[in-house]
Write a protein that binds this ligand. Structure first.
Ligand code: GAP
Length: 445
């Protein structure tokens, strides 16, 4: 997928994702999700839970708060380190991330007397200053220093400040994990590239606590596990790659990070990061809270700070990769067909049901009967009787529906229907009682 504008238009038109508050001019870097997008996001989250949490032992879920104390983010280091370098044009007042500007992310940069100029109007830029990415707010009616709070910039801190609660509630043995899916907020200087860099997003994060001497082994383990998950989701190997961070690029808490990158329309960029956060977070929260966040190692009869390995991915950034990966165009009967070739288990509408003709009562009745039966079985089904069959197929192709069932005159005689495959466009006849098993097998992740 190279034409990002076309993709954004299709996703808006067909009800996947909208610019937030567009009727007021839009809120930059913030998106709202429509019916189809919400279904897909929920599927992705459930596949992540299945793979990262439920198929394993000793991984515990948590849902921690979005609002955080100033003290929490002093401890985590975000108040001190979670900054981007900001420059502003003195002429047009556009703001830029200085590091991205130099890399050419805003277009070609001209220099005057060794200083970069605004890539938009060639105006002079201000000196670089540090800009903290956290959203600040106040708790209670008085905006005073004591009531300052922050919207969390990552879900991870909830796992660290609840470490003792998890130990007390479940008494897990190392290695064990705490996992969370939830919103995170970052006041990005220049949100851009559609869903790639946004200000409000969901993260799927695991904090996997291990013995310090085993950190390297588990780090490599999780890089492989997470990479293989993307292959299982249907990504092509050539669109994924691993990027090993050089020391100078590491986050303040990390002793080693590998990104799984995806080949977005603007090139390979981070999709998921896997970091070895060492014992940084538990030590810092122990220090700032005066609660000793240590684990008692029964074998050696000693208390230790475990190390933590953290795979973390943003749901929206992943959705963007999925849209790019599976969008395709081909030609049918001389017409361009736009199609999302989502794997069946990812498709928002799993099966569509059509009566061949909308003005034949018996066909419509039978189609409705099958439609409700499949809905009652838990499938996500769409009913359509408007326009020609060809048009109806095309509408489903454009939202990635893998199967369309057509009820025709033969159905009324022998209880068979045609099932049309989105990718091959081939049709075969199936007996009605066989449909559910057929779909169940195809939709399994
Ligand atoms: N807890 C570690 C952490 O937050 P990160 O690399 O800053 O590390 C993890 O973020 C993941 O969250 C990224 O790999 C990306 O998928 C997603 N993410 C981060 N910032 C984002 C943004 N502004 N918009 C969309 N997704 C973002």
């Amino acid at each position: 997928m190279k034409d990002l504008e076309l993709l954004i238009n299709i996703l808006k038109q067909r009800g996947f994702v909208y610019q937030s508050q567009e009727i007021y001019g839009g809120l930059r870097g913030v998106y709202d999700w429509g019916h189809l997008g919400v279904i897909m996001k929920n599927k992705i989250k459930s596949f992540w839970l299945k793979d990262v949490v439920f198929k394993r032992e000793n991984i515990f879920l948590i849902e921690s708060s979005i609002l955080g104390l100033k003290r929490t983010y002093e401890a985590s280091g975000h108040l001190q380190y979670f900054n981007d370098p900001l420059v502003e044009c003195k002429n047009c007042h556009q703001r830029f991330r200085a590091d991205h500007l130099i890399k050419g992310d805003y277009g070609e940069v001209e220099f005057k007397e060794g200083k970069a100029l605004c890539p938009i109007c060639k105006g002079e830029l201000t000196e670089e200053r540090s800009f903290n990415l956290m959203f600040k707010t106040y708790i209670g009616p008085v905006e005073e220093l004591a009531s300052v709070a922050y919207l969390r910039p990552e879900t991870a801190q909830g796992m660290f400040y609840n470490f003792k609660n998890i130990l007390n509630s479940y008494r897990p043995k190392l290695p064990f994990g705490i996992a969370q899916i939830g919103k995170a907020f970052r006041n990005e200087i220049t949100p851009k590239n559609f869903l790639f860099r946004i200000r409000e997003f969901e993260q799927m994060e695991l904090e996997f606590f291990v013995k310090p001497e085993e950190a390297e082994k588990w780090f490599n383990y999780w890089v492989e596990e997470r990479y293989n998950w993307y292959l299982k989701l249907g990504f092509k190997k050539e669109n994924l790659r691993k990027y090993i961070y050089p020391k100078e690029e590491l986050a303040h808490y990390s002793a080693g990070t590998i990104d799984i990158e995806y080949n977005y329309p603007f090139g390979f960029k981070e999709l998921e990061g896997i970091a070895n956060r060492t014992d940084y977070d538990l030590k810092r929260h122990s220090e700032f809270s005066n609660e000793e966040l240590k684990y008692f190692d029964e074998k050696n009869k000693e208390k230790i700070y475990p190390y933590v390995i953290e795979p973390s991915v943003g749901v929206e950034r992943l959705m963007f990769a999925i849209f790019c990966e599976f969008y395709d165009e081909d030609e049918i009967e001389g017409e361009v067909r736009r199609v999302f070739r989502f794997p069946s288990f990812l498709a928002p509408i799993e099966v569509a049901v059509f009566p061949l003709l909308s003005n034949r009562k018996k066909l419509v009745e039978k189609a409705k009967e099958i439609y409700f039966e499949l809905k009652n079985e838990g499938f996500i089904v769409f009913y359509d009787d408007s326009g020609s069959i060809g048009r109806r197929y095309r509408r489903q192709d454009e939202i990635g529906t893998p199967f369309c069932l057509t009820i025709d005159f033969q159905t009324l005689e022998d209880e068979t229907i045609t099932i049309r495959d989105r990718d091959t466009t081939k049709q075969e006849r199936l007996k009605i009682p066989e449909i559910k098993d057929f779909l169940r097998e195809k939709l399994n992740f």
